[in-house]
Design a protein around this ligand. Sequence first.
Ligand code: FAD
Ligand code: NAD
Length: 463
Amino acid sequence: MGEISTKVLVLGGGPGGYVAAIRAGQCHLDTVLVEGTRVGGTCLNVGCIPSKALIHAAEAYDHARRQEKTLPFGLKVQKPSIDFAKTIAWKDGIVARLNTGVAGLLKRNHVNILRGHGVMLDGKTCRVETDTGPETIRAEHVILATGSVPTPLPSLPFGSNVISSTEALSLAKVPETLAVVGAGYIGLELGTAFAKLGAKVTVVEATDRILPLYDAELTRPVARHLATLGVEVLTKAKAVGKSKKGDALVVEVGGGKREIYAQTILVAVGRKPLTEGWGLEQIDLTMSGPFIAIDERCATSMRNVWAIGDVTGEPMLAHRAMAQGEMVADIIAGERRVFDKVAIPAVCFTDPEIVSVGLTPAAARAAGHQIQTGVFPFQASGRAMTLAAEDGFVRVTARADNHLILGIQAVGAGVSELSAAFGLALEMGARLEDIGGTIHAHPTLGEAFQEASFKTLGEALHI
Ligand code: FAD
Ligand code: NAD
């Protein structure tokens, strides 16, 4: 059995763990990264990246089919078809390229990657089962970054045709009928993609509307588009199991039971932190519900044991994990830092896309602020017209007294790319006048941000 001593041990090579390891390497800290499968974690291998590849391919196919039917700008496309096996191979190729890229970055920064399942024996020691036998690592600092896994429904355990997002991203063919349980991020991103690829999709959501995380104004254009795609959405509907024959999903809805015939059932009812199977019980950390409790430095209740990413709580997003990872490595290297971000942007890659950064008007009011808010619709945007994508808007909320921007939301085609401008405005403490006074290139969707700021000031130019 081998033994390694190191300054930093990172358990888990997802966006949190691999970024922490790269930054630790850059800070010249002796670093070992333990990863049980492939570096990049959920996000790179079975999450953000492969789902966005599938969403893009589905959109391209759907676009071609819509052109065939509606010809809005005269483009003629004859009988588009999609070779789904090739789509999946293309997606796998992107994942493989990024896997190699991340491994290369780790090596370039002198991080020792140890492949194998790690189990913490105490707050400083980890035993890793590698292909060549067990290794024991002793570290001065431990960064826990074990991530999260899909939550199963007891009445619909994963197996056979009941799948999680992981299997949904590697199907051999597009199912003719797909039932999606949960109209959250995964259910709607992937449900929309499969509808565009030709599946008859039914979405079952327990609450009274889709994407309950976002306000109803933002989700309305998404609901409209789901209807045009022929996606049936059942709200206040609870999945309770499979039919006796196994060919239908049984749902409690409207006081009765309904069977939804489905070749495949995608269960997307949330993810849970991975806190089992790696010795957490041996280090006995303070918990915050199902998550490892951390302070504003990502310190756990044990000295020199840090935790980052999905295992530490909501929002379970890759960019939060990365920001925490980068910060913790700096702290271990001696910098004084705290996680004091004004906002963590949230983007939902539905059609149209949704972005939310900072407070919504309702949340701002609930926090006790006197606010001003303004909306600029994409129907009034020349750029949106030229993209044939006018459904949506940008909404800005600011303090009434000094015009400090508190939150920005948008829904519309391609608005995910506006999240950087929105995030920057909040982090830099921008006021409405700062955005109004910034020249925004014409014609771009970003102008809607400037116009929404003008509108909030009562000075809109183009509406
Ligand atoms: P993870 O990425 O889960 O990585 C944890 C790693 O630790 C894994 O590689 C695992 O193998 C390893 N590990 C765990 N235990 C051990 C052990 N004992 N020994 C060795 N290795 C271990 N987020 C976004 O921000 N944007 C998106 O568009 C987005 N899309 C998503 C789409 C889908 C379908 C899914 C499922 C998730 C998506 N997410 C998205 C969420 C994002 O993937 C997670 O927030 C992010 O991956 C969390 O990073 P992490 O480093 O905390 O954990
Ligand atoms: P989610 O929390 O976004 O949505 C789950 C939905 O399932 C909710 O609307 C909930 O009301 C519903 N639900 C729960 N139990 C149900 C039941 N029995 N019947 C019907 N509906 C039920 O979870 P998710 O979609 O699984 O995604 C998990 C996490 O992954 C997200 O919270 C997010 O952190 C991350 N993610 C992010 C992105 C992104 O950033 N674009 C994309 C995908 C996933």
